[in-house]
Design a protein around this ligand. Sequence first.
Ligand code: K1U
Ligand code: ZN
Length: 174
Amino acid sequence: MALLDICTYPDPVLRRIAEPVDKIDWEVRKLIVDMVETMYEAPGIGLAANQVGKLLRLLVIDLQRPDCGHGLIVLVNPVIVATEGETSYEEGCLSVPDYYHKVRRHEHVTVQGFDQHAKPVEIEAGGLLAIVLQHEMDHLDGKLFIDRLGLVARDLFKRRWKKRLKEALTEPAQ
Ligand code: K1U
Ligand code: ZN
């Protein structure tokens, strides 16, 4: 097992569209194990392969809530096949550290894909799971939650982030 580096905004890999996984071989299974480890260590409740620099359609989620009805979720080549309703939730992202904002998404989604053993999986989700599934699937399409903010909030975010990067560059090394 190995911890992977999480790429952060504005890393261009976060803007690339991930490729379908054509075979779930030992290399893909090792990547899944490492992504799960990395998600728990971060800590986070989801992680998409783009976030660790791998352009594969692969994501892991663990809400770490016994009441959600799901433990660890591994999805290879996930596709949203149905959506319903609208909701909003204050989201965070391991690739955009220390920034949270409300984002509007579908309230319920049905997602199909495959698990780490290439077994077909279908998940009908509402609540936080539906939000995190959509957030992670956005990553696979090179989209970040900040792209879903209104113009004013996005502009404010960009200005704040520029300032943060500038400060990080001018800070004396420890
Ligand atoms: O994709 C990611 O960057 C992971 C992200 C998932 C997510 C969280 C909330 C709304 C939408 C998507 C995170 O895990 S951010 C960290 C976080 O929310 C959290 C971390 C530890 C415990 C509980 C929550
Ligand atoms: Zn994210």
